[in-house]
Ligand binder design. Structure first.
Ligand code: HMG
Length: 391
């Protein structure tokens, strides 16, 4: 057993969809002034799944490069965090485990608490690798955000998966022990089991998020956390990128810090590049913010990064990580940019067709049209079973 002193994110990789809808196309269709999307909510486009993509194919595509780089011998746990579950009983992680050829000596579970799930997965994973630093945990955050067509939430849809290898002596980011927690029973956003699209009280959800920022920051201080001015940057959950700016201003006001717009831009600006183009990827979003920050920032070695993870309903956690010396050699910047650039634009009519796509629930054979050019696809359902393939 090694004498590891630090634990955290050893590798991070993400995948997104085959298609993309621009907010310009959405605005042209629904008559919205484009400034509301580009400036008001800070979104340029949203990732749209092909008919043969889902949280499993995205999750497997995100994780495959990690397995290719590190092998899978030390992975004895896979935690799949999602709120877009495809089965009420079976973990989506088991399909990924199979597609990636992971060893049978492995525990696989699915975890849910809206957009907060992946942070719970990360913290639980750190507990496991602390117990046995020779083991690694594969955390997969994968979500498809869907609201009703023509609803206010529609402009904040998106889809992506982030995979993280959690280990002792990590190569990217050490996660610190101090952690601020906040839970409140609120109905700001939810999705009953019989619905494919989320229900949301938009303004209430923004308020609930801001309350959770203050609540988790308060607890973080009480747990011996760092002071605000120690942080080099802040990765917030980004349902739309403007929310990160609202949240950071709220945190600064709450903590009695005066800050101008340039200070806020300095703290947030390099975290939004991927989310502004992908849209809300729910539980993956805060880790896409981290990917964008690490890919774009000047050297962050040994600099603390603040994380605010929020999941409606609601649970929030504020915690800190520090970039590890040499982390830049392990980044996947080119692949990250390529994942965004490879998406094919769809027009509004095609987007609506994809939005409405669903399988009949009659137990028959229903192959999907071949659409994705990603490494894995959902080939269809047959006898109520989902059939996945490596392409
Ligand atoms: P809306 O009613 O369409 O928009 O809802 P609005 O009228 O509030 O306008 C949005 C902003 O655009 C405003 O700025 C306007 O002033 C501005 P703000 O006052 O907020 O600073 N605006 C313009 N700016 C420039 N030029 C213009 C222009 N016109 C207007 N021409 C809302 C927006 C986000 C509420 C809606 O999209 C929605 O309901 N989204 C879904 C819910 C959501 O994302 N909530 C965020 C917090 S909850 C969360 O993060 C959890 C979540 O990820 C789920 C989970 O945890 O699983 C959602």
């Amino acid at each position: 057993m090694s004498n590891a002193a630090s634990f955290g994110i050893h590798d991070l990789s993400f995948a997104t969809t085959e298609y993309v809808l621009s907010h310009a196309a959405l605005a042209e269709y629904n008559g919205t002034e484009i400034g509301k999307y580009h400036i008001g909510i800070g979104q340029r486009s949203m990732s749209v799944c092909a008919a043969d993509e889902d949280i499993v194919t995205l999750g497997a595509a995100a994780a495959a490069p990690i397995i290719a780089r590190h092998g899978s011998e030390r992975i004895r746990t896979v935690v799949f965090a999602t709120e877009s579950s495809i089965d009420q009983a079976k973990s989506a992680g088991i399909y990924v485990h199979s597609l990636l050829g992971l060893q049978s000596a492995c525990r696989v579970v699915e975890l849910k608490q809206a957009c907060y799930g992946a942070t719970a997965a990360l913290q639980f994973a750190i507990g496991l690798v602390r117990r046995d630093p020779d083991q690694q945990v594969l955390v997969i955050a994968s979500d498809v955000s869907k609201y009703e067509l023509d609803s206010p939430g529609e402009a904040t849809q998106g889809a992506a998966a982030v995979a993280m290898l959690v280990s002792a002596d990590p190569a990217l980011v050490c996660i610190e022990n101090a952690s601020g927690l906040f839970t409140a029973d609120v109905m700001d956003f939810w999705r009953p089991n019989y619905r494919t699209t989320a229900l949301v009280d938009g303004q209430e959800s923004v308020e609930a998020y801001l309350q959770a920022v203050a609540g988790s920051w308060k607890d973080y201080g009480e747990q011996g956390g760092r002071t605000l001015d120690e942080f080099a940057a802040f990765c917030y959950h980004q349902p739309f990128t403007k929310m990160a700016y609202k949240a950071h201003r709220h945190l600064l006001d709450h903590a009695g810090h005066s800050a101008d717009q340039a200070d806020i831009e300095h703290a947030i600006g390099q975290t939004v590049a991927y989310n502004t183009s992908i849209g809300n990827s729910y539980t993956a979003s805060v880790y896409l913010a981290l990917a964008a920050l690490l890919d774009q920032a000047d050297d962050l070695t040994d600099r603390p990064i603040g994380f605010l993870s929020y999941g409606s309903g609601s649970v929030a956690e504020f915690f800190a990580g520090t970039a590890v010396p040499g982390y830049r050699e392990h980044l996947r910047t080119a692949a990250n940019l390529a994942a965004i650039a490879r998406r094919k634009p769809v027009d509004h009519a095609r987007y609506r067709e994809l939005h409405e796509w669903s399988f009949p629930a009659d137990g028959g054979d229903h192959p999907t049209p071949q659409q994705t050019t990603g490494p894995f696809r959902l080939a269809g359902v047959s006898g109520h079973k989902r059939i996945y393939q490596a392409r």
